[in-house]
Design a protein around this ligand. Structure first.
Ligand SMILES: [Zn+2]
Length: 892
């Protein structure tokens, strides 16, 4: 065996392995293969510039699946890639520019895009290096980026086809606008927060009778400059006579009609009159459509007031305008009152700035025809959600889905492939950039200035990354992908869109399983955030404890549907586990020194001792548990099954049981069998652990003799363990060993409870009437003697052995175990004191119950059952008392 250092050190073990695996070609998938295909496309990481704990979890889970399937004979492709992440990236670069005192407009579109590409390269390299440190086995040769050439082709193909089918259209609509970034936002990019605001009550005088007014209330007084009507309920006796008359809009002087609308006005609520601003409120927009009202935009893209308002308000920021308008109305005596008011306000997720509903021209995808097959796919279980509970969330959203606004007023992204003819107004959308107008043959063309929502391109990820629209071998082999593993927070953004696009363009679901992982929180269950200062940086943890310990911790905690409360001390614990494996491997190396291939093969055939049969049985159980857990995405179960086996079965038991026969040179065949069992179990266990802790297992496995490893160059491509047909385990031998182990535990317990020094040799007697069990225990007598440090071990077939002074008596699997304890004076005194305490406790109980039973009130009034129970308690207490008294008298 190639030597292992005396201690496990991740800094020695981990570096270099990624390179060895990659240069060995083990990360690469085959485009064409006899093997079944297994494919995961990595979710493009968020643009934060650094890997956070959520990424570490994603990398760990997907790498476990990939390594497991690769070992299990699949042609595995784990495809890496990055998303250009439109808004997020553009903002990072704009912020960077701002520190230099520049804006994107100073650079111009072209230079800005160059700069952003540079930034993306740096960021990509950083992320890749961080992923490599975690040991991810992705196929770097197939890495994709959503703005690379082939991918752009895919995006354009999709856009053009949807456009030609009429599923993409342009519309002038009210949208949510981020004044911070100056782009439209989708509903999913807005956070709604409860805010303390005000309700301002304003009076609008009638145009032809200024002494009469209607009162309207609003949370945004500045929007009154864009009012084009006042609505009242047609059946409201207070107001219905006003319908058809006009009010004179204060400060503006515009005549606007009073209309009757039973949708816009709630009879039960407020003043019964509602101001209508179709260009700046979603409900009012609908009211405007119903009543054919004018729409007057009053805001610029930065949300300051534009030229559609009276001069004195122009150019004011919306909040300054609000103050001025309220003051002006008050001065005119038109402000009736102001009330405190809590309401929900939409904020831009990226900038935190309050969004404004604004009228604008945007591109939309007609979503209904795409949503239907996507709903069916999940309903018919063509796609399975794990955990299943997320299906409900998916259906809820998909069944209420609205047309998808796909245009963004950004520069970074896929530019919308539509050209306008400045001469005749024609709109041109083709696969190649047009040079002449298809209608008037003019050349005065202008491309649409907007780019596509980033999710439009990432929605094509499962097939565009495989080369679509080309009919590539990769596409044939790996579409549909096998599993999509991602966070539940992007079910709508991403998962739903991939399903819709997959059905539309590939005619089938893009993957069969969607595994939604939990959220990584701090140890108290709080969300990690910079402001709270509770962020755990995965790279710090890797530096300190190694990638394997972090990966194993995350796997161990990744129970379905539960958030991960990460505590660094757990990582430290699993680093100890790596150390445990290290030491176990060193022990096995020392114990099998000199064993050659023939000896190993002979040993494998001779593993019929009870302990060997037992360890094979435990190994089989672990293999089956791991396999089932991984198939079911129960990573925590897979981790804990292998951990239990490695630490508590192999190291705690088998290694100990093996020590005695290893020392016994009188039985070379028996020794070989034990050596073979040690090597075989260790080697199998390393294979089972490899997907979770790839580095340390690879290193340890590499130290094993060639004849144990078989013809695999590295563990990463060794076979996944299945129940080995060569070994038929004899269940009665397994049971015999279990009895032996139980007996050993029982004797160790006595030693611990009675605080008998480890140096003291004990004498034990086992009384067992079941002859088969007794034979099994007798066969394990040497093990019991050795592991319990017994001076003597007797077997007795009588029902009960005669206890001697101070002996401990216990029942183990139906057999009686008597351990004699030589009491030195101090031990005797302690035991006397302990018994005295027990005796006094029993005496108290007895006298308490006796008092109760001697009380006629209790005996007469309490139900018979209660009295009966007290009598039984008394009897039990008296019996206990007498046992202790007897033991006590033996010590005198
Ligand atoms: Zn034209």
């Amino acid at each position: 065996m190639s030597g292992l250092a005396s201690h496990y050190d991740p800094k020695e073990v981990e570096p270099g392995l990624d390179e060895a695996w990659e240069t060995g070609g083990y990360y690469r998938a085959e485009s064409v293969s006899e093997k079944p295909a297994y494919c995961i496309c990595i979710p493009p990481p968020n643009v934060t510039g650094v890997l956070h704990m959520g990424h570490a979890l994603v990398c760990t889970i997907q790498d476990i699946l990939t390594r497991y399937k690769r070992m299990d004979g699949y042609n595995t492709l784990w495809l890496p890639g990055t998303d250009h992440a439109g808004i997020a990236t553009q903002m990072v670069v704009e912020r960077e520019l701002a520190t230099e005192g520049k804006s994107r407009f100073d650079l111009g579109r072209e230079k800005f895009l160059e700069r952003t590409f540079e930034w993306k390269e740096t960021y990509r390299d950083r992320i890749v290096n961080q992923m490599r440190r975690l040991g991810v086995s992705v196929d770097w040769s197939r890495e994709r980026f959503t703005l690379d050439e082939g991918y752009c082709e895919a995006v354009r193909t999709v856009f053009v086809q949807l456009y030609k089918e009429g599923l993409i259209y342009k519309d002038h609509r009210l949208v949510n606008w981020s004044p911070g970034i100056q782009t439209v936002l989708s509903d999913l990019e807005i956070d709604y927060k409860e805010m303390n605001g005000h309700l301002w009550y304003m009076r609008y005088p009638l145009a032809d009778d200024p002494d009469v007014y209607v009162t309207v209330a609003t949370t945004r007084p500045e929007t009154m400059l864009g009012d084009t009507a006042v609505a009242v309920h047609p059946e409201d006796p207070r107001h219905k006579d006003l319908i058809g008359r006009d009010v004179l809009l204060p400060l503006v002087g515009r005549r606007i009609p009073i209309i009757g609308d039973d949708v816009a006005v709630d009879l039960e609520f407020g003043t019964g009159a509602v101001k209508i601003t179709p260009a700046h409120d979603f409900n009012d927009f609908e009211t405007g459509k119903r009543n054919d009202l004018e729409k007057i935009s009053i805001l610029t893209d930065e949300a300051s007031l534009n030229d559609n308002v009276p001069e004195e308000y122009r150019g004011l920021d919306r909040l300054e305008a609000r103050k001025k308008i309220v003051a002006d109305l008050d001065a005119l005596g038109l402000l009736e009152k102001v009330e405190d008011h809590v309401h929900s306000v939409g904020h831009c997720q990226r900038t935190g700035i309050v969004v404004e509903p604004m009228l604008s021209d945007q591109w939309f995808v007609r979503i209904q025809p795409l949503a239907e097959p996507a709903i069916d796919a999940v309903r018919t279980k063509d796609i399975r959600f794990v955990p299943e509970t997320w299906e409900k969330t998916y259906f809820n959203w998909m069944e209420n889905i609205r047309d998808w606004c796909i245009s963004r007023q950004l520069w970074w992204g896929h530019r919308i492939p539509v050209w306008y003819c400045r001469d005749c107004g024609a709109e041109i959308c083709e696969m190649t950039d047009p040079t002449t107008c298809s209608s008037c043959e003019g050349t005065n063309l202008q491309q649409d200035r907007d780019v596509l929502d980033t999710w439009f391109s990432s929605g094509l990820w499962p097939f565009a990354t495989l080369g679509w629209p080309e009919e590539t071998d990769d596409l044939k082999t790996f579409y549909p992908n096998t599993v999509m593993e991602t966070g539940f927070d992007i079910i709508f953004f991403w998962v739903a869109r991939m399903i819709m696009m997959g059905h539309k363009f590939m005619g089938e679901s893009p993957f069969s399983d969607v595994y939604l992982h939990a959220m990584v929180r701090d140890e108290h269950g709080e969300k990690m955030s910079k402001t709270k200062g509770n962020v755990i940086d995965p790279l710090d943890v890797v530096d300190e404890h190694g990638a394997d310990a972090l990966r194993f911790t995350l796997a161990m905690m990744a129970g379905q549907g539960r958030d991960i409360k990460l505590n660094v001390s757990r990582v430290e614990g699993y680093r100890n586990f790596c150390n445990k494996l290290w030491n176990a491997t060193r022990f096995v190396a020392m114990s099998t020194e000199g064993l050659d291939e023939e000896g190993y093969q002979r040993g494998l055939k001779a593993m019929d001792g009870h302990a060997e049969q037992w360890i094979l049985h435990e190994l089989d159980t672990c293999i089956e548990a791991s396999h089932a857990a991984l198939e079911d995405y129960r990573f925590n179960d897979a981790a804990s099954a292998t951990y239990q086996f490695a630490w508590h079965v192999f190291c705690d038991w088998y290694v100990e049981l093996a020590k005695h026969p290893l020392r016994n040179d009188d039985d070379p065949a028996g020794k070989e069998a034990v050596q073979a069992a040690l090597l075989y179990s260790l080697e199998t266990m390393l294979r089972l652990l490899h997907p979770m802790m790839p580095h340390v297992t690879e290193r340890l496995w590499g130290s094993l003799p060639d004849f144990v490893r078989g013809n695999h160059p590295m563990l990463i491509v060794a076979d996944w363990p299945h129940r080995d047909a060569r070994f038929t385990v004899d269940q009665s031998a397994v049971q015999a060993q279990e009895h032996v182990n139980a007996m050993i535990s029982a004797i160790r317990n006595v030693r611990a409870e009675r605080q008998v020094s480890h140096k003291t040799q004990l004498v034990a007697t086992i009384s067992c009437q079941d002859s088969a069990m007794r034979a099994g225990l007798e066969a394990g007598a040497d093990q019991i003697r050795a592991l319990c440090r017994l001076a003597e071990l007797h077997f007795d077939s009588s029902e009960q052995a005669e206890p001697t002074d101070g002996a401990a008596l216990s029942l183990v699997d139906g057999a009686q175990l008597l351990v004699e304890i030589p009491l030195d004076e101090q031990g005797k005194n302690e035991e006397q004191a302990r018994l005295d305490k027990e005796i006094s406790r029993c005496e108290d109980t007895v006298s308490h119950i006796q008092r109760k039973l001697n009380n006629p009130n209790f005996v007469d009034r309490a139900p018979d059952a209660v009295v009966e129970r007290e009598r039984a308690r008394l009897e039990a207490a008296l019996e206990e008392l007498s046992t202790y008294q007897q033991q006590r008298s033996q010590l005198d």
